[in-house]
Design a protein around this ligand. Structure first.
Ligand code: 09M
Length: 426
């Protein structure tokens, strides 16, 4: 893979920070090394000494003085060592990437902790995209990614999706404007990046089948596309976890974004990007210049928990989380069938926390939701929020079933039904 063709001038201009280089040298030096280099504050002056964290399962996690000092001090940009080690083992166990043992300059797999997957996606788009570039995205897609892309001035080429995610034939149709051979023409306007959410799509709740992933990966090979696999709902799949693009990635063309937000904590802001070393290295240099690293306290809490639980313990917790969301999904579908049959259409989600509904007889849901629904005391997200063109009418709404009680989901959907009846009778 020629990774340089994917990098924009800003990313190509990035250099490792001299201070971070010294930090890395110090990290691998013997205790006899005398450092007069880093401008790090003296941790003995920090007021925080140690911590006991009570877990819901009745156990306790203890941050002793040594761990507390590490958690309170500057750390390495790629992430806290113990956490990074666990994450790399996790990727090997769950995805067995073909690039795992490849040399770094040949696209060997690397991992960098990010401040939520949002941070990784944002830094990656700011590494890859130039104003005027064409980029391929799911339609509909995550509003947070649209918010990243809009200011970059690129052309978002929407690829149709259905209840099984991105449609490979639709992707091929969008790309039919170009010849695959144009991948060798630096002046070509052909897209270089494909962004997709493979599981529990936000907002549709759809998941790509393995067959579709294989078809999409083949198209990405034909046109030399990078695949950005944004997968925060990977651990929220209601049935067996499907193979990922990372597990198919024989070329080193996948940047995968994982997140602990849906299973451990969203407020700790711990995610991680996995992908070819030449690309992850550029993200790290951006991280050095922007925030230096994801907060060490957050990383320490996640690292201590994962290393205490081990992979089996973590996946046991994931199973409990999946049981919760599957049960909430079931009660949401029951309520939708009870109140919205004939008024709306939907597919049953197979992962995640969202129900995507098309309201019948209503051309655009924006004013219905933002003005009238609020008066009925029910809040959803209008479908236009998930569209590259958010000015076009959109008959869809997204309902999230993660927080509301089953009773309130039932009441909320009954209020939505009353609202739809009023709207279509006018
Ligand atoms: C597909 C996809 N990719 C990346 C992310 C970011 O996850 P993180 O940075 O790892 O925590 C998300 C998070 N999605 C949302 C977050 C959110 C936060 C406050 C309020 C509302 C929110 N709504 O509605 C969301 O959908 C996502 O759905």
């Amino acid at each position: 893979m020629n990774y340089t063709r994917f990098l924009n001038p800003v990313s190509l201009a990035r250099q490792p920070s001299p201070i971070r280089v010294l930090t890395a040298i110090l990290a691998r030096s013997p205790p006899s090394m005398i450092s007069l280099a880093a401008g790090s504050p003296n941790v003995d002056l920090f007021p925080f000494k140690e911590a006991e964290i009570k877990l819901r399962d009745g156990t306790t996690m203890h941050l002793d003085e040594k761990k507390m000092k590490t958690a309170l001090q500057y750390g390495a940009t790629p992430g806290h060592g113990d956490l990074l080690k666990f994450l790399k083992e996790m990727q090997k166990t769950l995805h067995n990437p073909p690039t795992f043992d490849r040399p770094p300059d040949e696209g060997g797999l690397d991992v960098c902790v990010t401040t939520g997957s949002q941070d990784g996606i944002c830094k990656s788009m700011e590494m890859l995209i130039n104003p005027g570039d064409n980029i391929l995205i799911d339609s509909p897609t995550y509003a947070g990614t649209l918010a990243i892309l809009r200011p970059l001035g690129c052309n978002m080429l929407s690829v149709a999706t259905d209840h099984q995610g991105m449609i490979p034939d639709a992707l091929q149709d969008v790309l039919s404007r170009w010849k695959p051979s144009e991948k060798r023409d630096p002046q070509s306007s052909m897209p270089r990046v494909l962004y997709t959410i493979p599981n529990g799509v936000n907002p549709t709740g759809a998941s790509l089948t393995l067959k579709r992933k294989e078809q999409i990966y083949k198209i990405a090979q034909d046109y030399d596309l990078l695949i950005m696999e944004d997968d925060p709902y990977y651990f929220l799949q209601y049935s067996e976890r499907a193979p990922t693009f990372l597990s198919l990635d024989v070329d080193g063309r996948v940047l995968r974004f994982d997140s602990f937000s849906k299973v451990l904590s969203s407020g700790l802001r711990v995610g991680f990007v996995s992908g070819p070393r030449p690309l992850v290295n550029r993200i790290e240099m951006h991280m050095m210049a922007s925030v230096m690293h994801t907060p060490m306290m957050s990383q320490m809490l996640v690292s201590e928990l994962l290393n205490m639980w081990g992979m089996d313990g973590f996946l046991k917790h994931v199973d409990e989380v999946v049981d919760f969301y599957r049960d909430k999904k079931d009660s949401t579908i029951k309520a939708a069938e009870k109140h919205l049959t004939g008024l709306a259409e939907w597919h049953e989600p197979v992962a995640g926390m969202f129900l995507w509904m098309k309201l019948k007889g209503i051309e655009d849901t924006k004013s219905l939701i933002e003005e009238k629904a609020a008066r009925k005391e029910v809040l959803l997200v209008p479908g236009c929020a998930f569209m590259a063109d958010d000015t076009a009418p959109c008959p869809y709404v997204r309902a999230s079933f993660s927080l509301a009680s089953k009773e309130n989901i039932d009441l909320g959907l009954s209020r939505l039904a009353a609202l739809i009846r009023e709207e279509i009778s006018n």
